[in-house]
Every structure is written in C-alpha cells, then in structure tokens.
Design a protein around this ligand. Structure first.
Ligand SMILES: Cc1cc2nc3c(=O)[nH]c(=O)nc-3n(C[C@H](O)[C@H](O)[C@H](O)COP(=O)(O)O)c2cc1C
Length: 191
C-alpha cells in the first residue's frame, strides 16, 4: 500500500496550490490535539508540498511542536475564498530532517528569517518599544542569519484529502480521497 498521494489527487493539488518556488506561500490552519485531548489551531505557512505530504516550519519551543511530538495526528485547512475552494488534509505529522529545514529557512523572506530568531518567549514579555529595539539590534548585527537551533519542520503525511468546491449557481461538492487498508478510496460527498 502506498502512502503517497494518488495520481488524481496529485493533479488537483498541482492545479490548486502555487509552485514550491513561489515566494507567496499559502496560509493554512493547522489543527492539533493538546495534552487534555482538546483541539488547538493556528495559522501557519505551507512551506512546500510533494507526493509525501505538506511541510510547515516553526519554533521547537512552541505549543504546536509539543502537541505534534506527543500526538502526531494533525489536520490542515487551506481556503481560496475567491475561487470557492477549500482543501482539508488529515494525517500524521513527523519531524523533518535538518537538510530540509535548512532549505526551507533559506527560502523564507529576510523578515521571517529574523522572526525565527527574535520571536522568543523572553522578548514577548517586553513592552512594545523594547521589542522593537531587540528587533532593530538583531537586524543590525545579523543581516542574513543562519537558522536558529529552534527552527524545526514537520511533514504532514495525508491519510485523507478533501477537495471542496463551491459554485454560485449550483450545489457545493466534496471529493474525498481516504487511505484505507487496501489503498486510496475516492468518495463524492455533499459540500
Ligand atoms: C498568516 C499567518 C502565518 C503564520 N505562519 C506561521 C508559520 O509558518 N510558522 C509558525 O510557527 N507560526 C506562524 N504564524 C503564527 C502562528 O499562527 C502562531 O501564533 C504561533 O506559531 C504560535 O502557535 P502555537 O502556540 O499554537 O504553537 C502565522 C500567523 C499568521 C497570522
């Protein structure tokens, strides 16, 4: 049984998502499960995608990392309001290798590279003007920083992919690909 995204779903992903080298990265909602079994969610950038899954990058000390390390089940929601499209991915998150996280960091904008260094719990405690001063000091000393040790990535390997499409003059519709014991199954669902 292959875990990779099936051909049909892959064609849709390529149609819906920007190329990985497009600097304008899509925003997705990442849902995780906390230590009490309750859902948690936040926005993250889709760093890149391939037939194995969807990559995101973040800080190792963040809540989401503790949650994903302890309970790797995750869901992603991407929306294209103007195109009347939504993609929902459910799957399992695993840590990315260092070479992959380094590559993703190099592709981040200078602003996001600095953010990975300066956006710390200690800086969060400071008043706004001191946070600005920390930011300016860091930018002056490290114009193009290397990734901090806390920069980590996750690959969400899908076990289901649900492509929702809306239409102004017809019903909305979902096409779902679900990974079962004998491979990927496609079902058509109401929107
Ligand atoms: C549009 C947008 C994109 C974001 N992208 C990321 C991201 O790629 N990685 C990240 O760690 N946080 C990103 N954030 C911040 C997260 O939403 C979140 O506040 C932070 O990561 C802490 O989340 P946690 O406490 O649930 O771990 C983004 C926020 C917004 C509004």
């Amino acid at each position: 049984m292959t875990q990779q995204v099936p051909d049909e779903a892959w064609q849709l992903l390529e149609e819906w998502l920007p190329d990985n080298d497009d600097p304008d990265r899509p925003v997705m909602t990442l849902a995780t499960v906390d230590e009490a079994g309750l859902p948690d969610a936040r926005s993250v950038l889709l760093s890149e995608y391939d037939r194995d899954g969807f990559s995101l990058h973040t800080d190792a000390t963040s809540r989401k990392v503790g949650q994903l390390d302890a309970r790797p089940g995750a869901a992603l929601v991407l929306r294209w309001p103007d195109a009347l499209r939504q993609l929902v991915v459910r799957g399992t998150a695993e840590r990315a290798h260092r070479a992959e996280t380094d590559r993703a960091y190099a592709l981040r904008s200078p602003y996001l590279q600095r953010l990975a260094w300066v956006n710390t719990p200690a800086v969060a405690q400071l008043p706004p003007q001191e946070r600005r001063a920390k930011w300016a000091d860091f930018a002056a000393i490290h114009p193009v920083p290397d990734p901090p040790a806390s920069w980590v990535g996750f690959l969400v390997r899908p076990t289901s992919l649900t492509f929702w499409t809306g239409e102004p003059d017809s019903v909305s519709h979902r096409r779902e690909y679900r990974l079962g014991a004998s491979g990927w199954l496609r079902t058509e669902l109401p929107g």
